[in-house]
Design a protein around this ligand. Structure first.
Ligand code: GLC
Length: 559
């Protein structure tokens, strides 16, 4: 799918191109005033004082903490934080900024995103030279924190145009609201034309659907709005429509009996077959967060009103479902262990007919007395008991987790430090699947062998999510410990995409070097720890109106 610009219009297959009026709109939007402090206040739902008074920690708790300069900066040169303050940043921070800027992609002279990896040594480029929507999020946050919002605005607007294309896999037309997994800028030197080429899953390995892209787009739009105070972008008819299109894909009525979102395998960060089909935690948490962000930004006009109502109803049901049925702690595990099966009717305690024998052995050892987490997946007779980092961190940030559950997740990380953090933060999931199970679940995927890549590998990008969750729960020392570990290796190893092994000690078998989100994730973690007020751009306060779950204990064996 191609979008022709610079040299007029071009149509590729059945897809529409960026028209002159679109372009005009884009320029108009890009030149609007950006910073509006007053509006930022009114949009605020988590101020710094909230962080310091709501069980979080205040500024005073930081040694040598400083706030980045803010204001608009150029895309070259020193980061605002190190330029404006006498505070000595860690020596690798400067290298990280340089590497991040080397990953920038320009379109018509304007920065538009960052490529997934700038690894010149790698023989196979595959699609790592593309701008991935999910990969760009930490880059975007780093630029926002550094007072460089224009690239984020450009990205949000251009991806919105890509959403407008007709998308097809073979002869099958995809939903209108689908956002691309990734896109690329193509240069035709002869014609002097630059075109965009997007992938909505039709070129991706395994033809996986990027369900997370649309959610990240909405979350990023809120982060941009919150940081800059520029509400005009989210208020444009284009952004309002973009949000509605994404939402209509996931709020449509069907045969569902649960409020969670049914997905195919590999539809998120884990974009290969890994047994994450059904109702994966990563998607449910991002879905929840995107719904809450959209609720803040959607206009209550004729078209928006219906969505606002649908979102409110869905959030109510989704939070109840997740907090009740995905939550696992020692007590809950003990209850499941004692579950009766084959229960019929409304009085069933074991609603999904989970067979206690399906509880894996490792879990009994792993579950601490204090602590808990959201399991990987829940569907009829199936509980995927694995721990997935991204879903749990997003659950904390979006307040899908109750304050008690958030504390319990952090307790678990501390209790199971070696397993979940090891020598390189942080395990994408735990534990790895091996042998027969690996054959069945991954289809013998040689990239996802045990303790490698998506199968128990350690991904430095997750550091920013951990840090944000630590700040939100008032446990910055956990983040500091994790960042210390990362700093010992990341630069030296060339910013790998992932690490392998039970402890995450080895640079991943097929890991790219100079993986952009490893670099950006580190910078975001650093900046957030230095100035916790950044947390607000990616965190939502608890909504007291959402029901707390009432967990019923199985009485079956106590009688
Ligand atoms: C891999 C990851 C995916 C990421 C992409 C680009 O496919 O699994 O999450 O977006 O690489 O870095």
């Amino acid at each position: 799918m191609e979008l022709a610009v610079g040299g007029g219009l071009r149509r590729s297959a059945s897809h529409t191109s960026l028209s002159e009026s679109d372009d005009f709109e884009l320029t108009r939007l890009l030149s609007k005033p950006r910073i509006n402090v007053e509006r930022q206040r009114s949009f605020d739902d988590l101020s710094l004082s909230d962080v310091s008074h709501s069980g979080g920690y205040g500024r005073g708790g930081f040694d040598g903490m400083y706030s980045p300069g803010g204001g608009l900066r150029s895309l070259v040169g020193t980061p605002a934080s190190s330029a404006l303050h006498s505070f000595e940043p860690h020596p690798i921070v400067g290298d990280a900024w340089e590497a991040l800027r080397r990953s920038l992609v320009f379109f018509r002279g304007q920065p538009l995103g960052t490529v997934a990896a700038v690894d010149h040594a790698s023989e196979e480029v595959l699609n790592y030279d593309q701008v991935f929507v999910r990969d760009f999020v930490p880059s975007a946050l780093a630029f926002l924190m550094n007072g460089e919002p224009d690239i984020v605005k450009n990205f949000l607007l251009k991806t919105l145009l890509l959403q407008g294309w007709e998308k097809k896999v073979d002869r099958f037309k995809l939903g209108e609201g689908a956002m691309p997994a990734s896109f690329k800028v193509m240069h035709d030197a002869k014609k002097g034309v630059e075109t965009l080429h997007a992938d909505f899953g039709e070129s991706a390995i395994g033809r996986v659907a990027p369900v997370d892209s649309g959610f990240w787009w909405i979350i990023l739009l809120r982060a941009y709005t919150k940081t800059t105070g520029d509400m005009t972008l989210a208020e444009t008819p284009e952004c309002q429509k973009g949000m509605r299109l994404i939402l209509s894909l996931c709020l449509s009525e069907g045969f569902d009996t649960f409020p969670t979102l049914l997905c195919a395998d590999g539809c998120c960060m884990i974009d290969r077959r890994m047994g994450v089909y059904g109702y994966p935690i990563e998607i449910q948490a991002l879905f929840f967060m995107a719904l809450r962000c959209a609720l803040q930004m959607l206009k209550h006009d004729n078209e928006g009103k219906e969505f606002v109502e649908k979102i409110a109803t869905r959030l109510h049901a989704l939070s109840y479902h997740m907090r009740s049925y995905f939550w696992l702690d020692f007590q809950q595990l003990n209850d499941i262990y004692r579950y009766k099966t084959e229960e019929y009717s409304h009085t069933a305690v074991n609603k999904f007919n989970v067979i206690p024998d399906s509880i894996p052995d490792w879990l009994f050892e792993f579950m601490p007395c204090q602590g808990g987490f959201f399991v990987g997946n829940v569907s009829p007779a199936r509980m995927d008991f694995r721990w997935f980092a991204l879903g749990n961190m997003i659950a904390i940030l979006s307040s899908l987790a109750t304050p008690e559950q958030s504390v319990a997740i952090m307790d678990l990380i501390e209790e199971r430090w070696e397993e979940l953090i090891g020598e390189m933060p942080l395990k994408i999931c735990y534990p790895a699947i091996e042998n027969h199970e690996w054959r069945i679940v991954t289809g013998c995927d040689p990239k996802n062998t045990r303790w490698s890549y998506h199968n128990g590998g350690s991904w430095p990008v997750l550091l920013w999510l951990l840090t944000a969750a630590c700040i939100k729960t008032g446990r910055p020392q956990i983040a500091r410990r994790a960042i210390d570990l990362a700093e010992r290796r990341l630069l030296k190893d060339g910013w790998p995409e992932y690490y392998d092994g039970k402890l995450g000690r080895y640079v991943g078998k097929q890991a790219r070097k100079f993986q952009t989100w490893s670099i950006a994730g580190y910078l975001v973690a650093k900046m957030m720890l230095e100035d916790p007020s950044h947390l607000g751009m990616i965190s939502l306060e608890e909504d007291k109106a959402m029901l707390k779950p009432v967990l019923r204990r199985s009485a079956s064996w106590t009688n």
